[in-house]
Design a protein around this ligand. Structure first.
Ligand code: ADP
Ligand code: MG
Length: 599
């Protein structure tokens, strides 16, 4: 729509950029200035009344009205009346007054009656950065069906939205809006959000749009790729064959086999070069080892901070850490980032920039081990393509249990047994600063206990500069690792069979799930103990019964109110006012479909 300067300023003041967003600022209440014949108790309403008498008291003014529309006497009460109010009510005058009516045993009163003139309309009241009447005029001038439709909204949705702001017959009760209207608000909220997301997506010509075969290679593997691994690879294959550069996020639980998708992608990119960045040296090393093993015929380079000068031009597949960002890189047709949430957007973009030249861009794949709710994934597809890997190649056998103080002895026994049979145990404790406000021991308070009773105890935490070395040492010769949630990263500790999480209720379900994903990575029987002082927690109980990360993500939505203390921010804060990601899958679907049709 074309806006006047004045309208533009008001939109700016409200922080809104479209009429749909304006429509989503719903009234906080309505003034019903129509004349009704039926009196309603405890409701703001209009009376057409003659003043019968006026009675002044020190702090109040009492007016007896005869309400013609109800045929009833109503006593108006003004507390601490302003001087001008004293002259507003003259015996014998007939006017319209508006106020809250209450009745008790036949006696009716209206507190703070207000003289009104704009009779016959239902007027919405707004609480926003603008004064209510200014807001109302803005709505009247810019919120039209045509404008909403021109922003892409369907006619029937636009009509429902208009009902909220221009109620015709029935005053909407905001606490209990009609389901049809609520759905329209949800739809519009999503539509607006996803439309903006899709506007953010940039389309670039791809450096290459050829794609080699991966099927023959897949047959040489010691296992069969899972259905969803194949599906992701096929989606990537289709991306690679397009003129536009791919932007895809592959989301799969820890252990779902994303590395095979990475390797297949590098393979399909041949004879062109691929670059892969991982968040830690350990992970880069692991990926490098797997790449060497499964892609023996490809020239693969490893780049970490320790890497001396090597001529990267000679390699088809470059695997590295952040160190990649600090050196000159040859052009590449495919950029991949593993554990993408460990990097900032700037770092991911920089890598892409370092390997591209000119207008054309490499294909870009990001891998994430943080399962997201299906609805969230659908929303993301507005600006990035998403592949989900929801299954793992082999089912992990992990027993999860919530435990309390009186289970501690049994826990100690269990730990002893595991260590005796050559397995390793991870104990997750809060950091010192965090334990001050919590009733749990911190790492520093707890380590003495374990070090006294066991040998080969290793300790590390997020701020520990040596944490990678400690993890490597532990992997080789450790029995117990005491740590904070640093071990969240996708490192592999093949002998780890047990994880104990102290103060588990402090953590979000997805964090708990990441921690649980550390154990039983190679088919070992695994145990996950959630140690808590809380006597009961439905959230933790449900967690112990759920194993798929995607189910956990959906569960997390349901228990949103529990934030994630450790991460220092509340993950439960939803970006939506109307949409409930746990329940509104159908609406997300229809918005996605409708937005797709517009292209
Ligand atoms: P993640 O998704 O966490 O990166 P990985 O790629 O590290 O998972 O895979 C976990 C383990 O599963 C690895 O040891 C890998 O070799 C193995 N694996 C991957 N795909 C399959 C498969 N289709 N069948 C059996 N094992 C597989
Ligand atoms: Mg991985």
């Amino acid at each position: 729509m074309s806006m006047t300067k004045e309208q533009e300023e008001k939109f700016k003041k409200l922080g809104l950029s479209s009429c749909i967003e304006l429509a989503l600022v719903v009234p906080s209440s309505y003034e019903d200035l129509r004349v009704h014949e039926k009196l309603q108790i405890h409701t703001m309403q209009l009376i057409d009344a003659t003043v019968e008498s006026v009675c002044r008291a020190p702090n109040s003014l009492q007016i007896t009205f005869f309400a013609h529309n109800f045929g009833h006497l109503i006593t108006g009460v003004l507390f601490r009346p302003k001087p001008y109010m004293l002259h507003q009510f003259k015996v014998g005058d007939r006017d319209y007054y508006y106020g809250m009516v209450e009745c008790k045993s036949g006696f009716c009163s209206m507190s703070m009656p207000k003289k009104v003139t704009n009779i016959g309309a239902i007027t919405p009241k707004y609480k926003s950065a603008l004064r209510s009447d200014v807001m109302f005029r803005l709505i009247q001038s810019s919120l039209t069906k045509e404008n909403l439709i021109s922003e892409g909204l369907k006619e029937e949705i636009a009509e429902e939205l208009l009902h909220v702001h221009f109620p015709a017959q029935i005053v909407p009760n905001l606490r209990d809006l009609e389901p049809k209207i609520v759905d329209a608000l949800k739809y519009s909220e999503l539509f607006s959000y996803m439309k903006q997301l899709s506007n953010k997506r940039r389309y670039f010509k791809a450096l290459t749009s050829t794609c080699s075969d991966y099927e023959k290679w897949a047959q040489t593997l010691p296992f069969r790729l899972t259905h969803e691994q194949v599906k992701s690879i096929e989606e990537i294959k289709a991306d690679f064959s397009k003129e536009l550069s791919a932007r895809r996020m592959i989301v799969g639980d820890v252990g779902s086999g994303k590395t095979m998708v990475i390797l297949a992608s590098a393979l399909m990119m041949l004879p062109n070069r691929s670059v892969l960045m991982a968040p830690t040296t350990i992970l880069a090393n692991q990926l490098y080892a797997e790449a060497k093993k499964f892609l023996p015929d490809i020239k693969i380079a490893l780049v970490t901070s320790k890497t001396k000068d090597i001529n990267l031009d000679e390699y088809d597949f470059i695997i590295g850490t952040h160190a990649l960002l600090y050196r000159e890189l040859p052009c590449a047709s495919l950029v991949m980032v593993d554990e993408q949430h460990r990097f900032g957007t700037a770092q991911r973009n920089l890598l892409e920039k370092l390997v591209s030249s000119g207008e054309k861009k490499p294909h870009f794949l990001q891998f994430s081990a943080t399962p997201i709710p299906r609805t969230q994934a659908m929303i993301e597809t507005a600006h990035i393509d998403v592949s989900l890997i929801t299954t793992t190649p082999f089912k992990k056998d992990i027993t999860s249990r919530v435990i309390h103080k009186n289970d501690f002895k049994e826990l100690l026994e269990h730990i002893k047994m595991e260590i005796q049979s050559g397995n390793q145990v991870l104990l997750v404790y809060p950091l010192v600063e965090q334990s001050e406000v919590l009733e749990y021991q911190s790492i520093d308070e707890a380590r003495g206990f374990w070090e006294k009773r066991f040998s080969n105890v290793y300790v590390t935490h997020g701020k520990d500069k040596e944490k990678e070395e400690v993890l490597l040492e532990f992997n080789k010769s450790g029995a117990i690792l005491i740590a904070t949630t640093v071990v969240e990263v996708g490192i592999s500790l093949p002998r780890l069979s047990t994880v104990v999480i102290v103060g588990a209720e402090r953590l979000g379900l997805s964090t708990l799930h990441q921690l649980r994903g550390r154990v039983s990575r190679t088919g070992l029987k695994g145990y996950c103990f959630l140690y808590t002082n809380q006597s009961s927690s439905e959230r933790l109980d449900r967690f112990t019964q759920t194993s798929s990360g995607f189910d956990i993500a959906n569960l997390d939505l349901k228990f949103r109110k529990g934030g994630d203390l450790l991460k220092g921010h509340n993950q439960s804060g939803s970006q939506f006012k109307w949409v409930d990601l746990a329940e509104d899958e159908e609406i997300v679907k229809s918005v996605k479909e409708d937005l797709g049709k517009r292209k």
